[in-house]
Write a protein that binds this ligand. Structure first.
Ligand SMILES: [Zn+2]
Length: 381
């Protein structure tokens, strides 16, 4: 029975950097294990962010798993609702709702100073009493919450609070279909009146990236195989749940560079005995990329290669196929996600002349430029 491993190093690919003498972090990092996959496999570049979509892990991972974002991407809120088992269904819209800090009409902090769970919970419990009848609030972790609007629909444009830091909120209030956008504006207004009496860290609730719960076809029906997902990130878990894949919980998975990579590898291998495909997503490299630290990124890539990829390929069998790639690029100089095509390597099909897992080698790979939606077809068929 053939087995499949998909290994995602979030935000791993980058640009040639002056500080690295024109090389990328992937080119500088010592990555014998990813290079093994590249040397014994085939490479190419994949477009994971279709035209018109925000470059993020939600859109990118949907694409890699074969779910066309133009059909199935409705927002980040609904995916997180799936992950958290929030009661929301047909006819409901789910938004992410951050506890933010605003001063003089300017967005100052998207995280309410990384507000503690207990303080955030207190804020949300108070806000609940002031919500319109058809609105439910659910506290998640720290500043992250979900807002469910029952029995509604419509198009509404919202802004992620981390994208409007230092900008006037006036110019970035929810816009679009009147009923829903006015409801959200009303919630923002009410929150700004209620919160100052409850906490000093956050003085506004900011809804964004909302939509209906996507109706993802089952992974097994689409690809004819069973699948499981290992990730510390709610978005990815939400996609997995929506797709009927098994969410494999790994103790010690933190979503940061201190995550227990060995444990992720071991759980992946163990789960492969039961399931046909395991999707391992590692967030930490993206986090250090956002911090703009090239040296830290190189180290994070090396750890990922040694502690996770190495541990996995130590035990590859003949009937195993492996796809390794980032979901999107997070270049150090821009400190945010970009739409650039990302390098990928597939082991277990045939091999080309690739010599290392780098952006440049991928650009010369035999598989060429592909849409991420077709990656699973290449891997499985
Ligand atoms: Zn990121």
């Amino acid at each position: 029975m053939r087995k499949y491993l998909i290994i995602i190093g979030d935000g791993m690919s980058d640009y040639p950097l002056d500080e690295l003498n024109g090389k990328t972090p992937l080119e500088i990092a010592d990555t014998p294990n990813m290079d093994f996959i590249a040397r014994n496999g085939m490479m190419g570049l994949a477009r994971t962010i279709p035209e018109g979509f925000p470059p993020g892990s939600d859109v990118a991972n949907l694409s890699i798993l074969g779910y066309d974002p133009s059909i199935y991407y409705t927002g980040r809120g609904p995916l997180e609702a799936l992950a958290e088992n929030i009661p929301a269904g047909e006819g409901d819209m789910v938004f992410r709702a951050n506890l933010v800090y605003v001063n003089d009409g300017i967005m100052i902090d998207y995280s309410g100073g990384q507000i503690s769970n207990s303080e955030a919970l207190k804020a949300i419990e108070t806000l609940k009493k002031h919500m319109p009848e058809n609105v439910d609030l659910f506290h998640g972790v720290s500043y992250r919450n979900l807002l469910v609007v029952r029995d509604t629909e419509g198009n509404v444009e919202t802004w992620p609070p981390h994208d409007i830091l230092g900008k006037r909120i006036e110019d970035h209030l929810p816009m679009g279909d009147r009923e829903i956008s006015e409801l959200l504006r009303q919630i923002i207004q009410v929150s700004s009146e209620v919160l100052p009496g409850v906490t000093e860290r956050a003085n506004m609730l900011w809804p964004w990236s909302g939509g209906t719960i996507p109706d993802l076809p089952s992974f097994r029906e689409m690809w004819g195989i069973s699948g499981g997902v290992i990730s510390a990130v709610d978005l990815i878990k939400g996609i997995a749940k929506g797709a009927g894949m098994e969410v494999i919980d790994v103790p010690g998975a933190t979503g940061y560079i201190d995550t227990d990579l060995e444990s992720k590898a071991d759980h992946a291998l163990k789960s492969l005995r039961r399931l046909d495909l395991i999707y391992v997503h590692v967030e930490g490299i993206d986090e250090v990329s956002h911090e703009g630290d090239a040296e830290a990124k190189i180290r994070a890539i090396e750890e990922f290669d040694e502690r996770l990829v190495g541990r996995l390929i130590d035990r590859i069998t003949e009937e195993m196929r492996i796809l390794i790639m980032p979901d999107h690029s997070t270049p150090v100089p821009v400190r945010t996600h970009t739409r650039d095509p990302v390098p990928f390597a597939i082991y277990g099909i045939e091999k080309d002349d690739s010599s290392a897992f780098t952006e440049r080698e991928a650009g010369k790979g035999v598989l060429g430029m592909v849409e991420a939606l077709s990656l699973l077809k290449i891997l499985i068929r």
